[in-house]
Design a protein around this ligand. Structure first.
Ligand SMILES: [Mg+2]
Length: 232
């Protein structure tokens, strides 16, 4: 049977890797090493601070270096913690880079993909952390390329990220690629905006409140197989 795509471009966090689990684990480990007992309130506040900063990052309003430290300085200020945001950030990132938590079903999905697809990871994140996590999960070698915003000098959904990606992959035929990701604002807006067919992996069936429409929306990995075989 004729293959519909040559490349599958997977987002990392919330798609293959379980960021929430890795984050909780790494926060607890690093807080512990600083003698801080991490309360649920602190954890919650950290998540709010961090996602606000990542939104600014996606809009190009804050650099990834500033983001790494600022989130912990803001947390320390909020809870009156005696710690250097920069030292805590180092501890956190090294714990995170060793966290290989995966999303449910992602490993089985990767293992069951027909071998002739070319695979890449496309991720907004910190180079060493993302490589470390893919390695810790034992899936790094499945991917021909790992395209990271830090290397690209631009983040999804920016067309510059996808331009950089196409150059790395040495592929111009956008219709032979498939973007798969859990974020409408970065993966789907990026893919659709650049003209690459895109699948929204939406296991929790979150309503799409944006104007961006994915080519497909799936809740379950079995549906990716159906897209690849042309039955969905
Ligand atoms: Mg994601």
């Amino acid at each position: 049977m004729q293959r519909r795509f040559d490349w599958i471009l997977f987002d990392a966090d919330g798609t293959l890797l379980d960021y929430d689990a890795a984050e909780s684990h790494s926060l607890a480990v690093s807080a512990d090493s600083f003698g801080i007992s991490l309360s649920p309130e602190m954890h919650h506040a950290y998540r709010e601070i961090n996602s606000a900063l990542w939104r600014q990052f996606e809009l190009g309003q804050v650099s990834s270096e500033k983001l790494r430290v600022r989130r912990f300085n803001e947390l320390a200020a909020l809870f009156g913690l005696e710690m250097s945001g920069s030292d805590f950030s180092d501890a956190y990132l090294s714990a995170l880079a060793r966290s290989g938590h995966m999303m449910d079903g992602a490993r089985e999905m990767l293992d069951s993909l027909p071998r002739d697809y070319r695979l890449a990871v496309i991720t907004n994140g910190i180079r060493d952390v993302q490589y470390g996590r893919l390695r810790a999960a034992g899936i790094l070698e499945k991917f021909e390329y790992v395209i990271i915003s830090e290397d690209a000098g631009a983040a999804k959904p920016s067309p510059d990220f996808f331009k950089y990606m196409c150059r790395k992959l040495d592929e111009r035929r956008k219709d032979r690629m498939l973007v798969v990701g859990d974020s409408v604002s970065s993966d789907i807006a990026g893919g659709v905006g650049y003209g690459i067919p895109s699948v929204w992996f939406n296991p929790e069936s979150i309503p799409n409140k944006s104007d961006v429409q994915p080519d497909w929306e799936i809740r379950d990995w079995v549906d990716l197989e159906r897209i690849l075989t042309g039955t969905l």
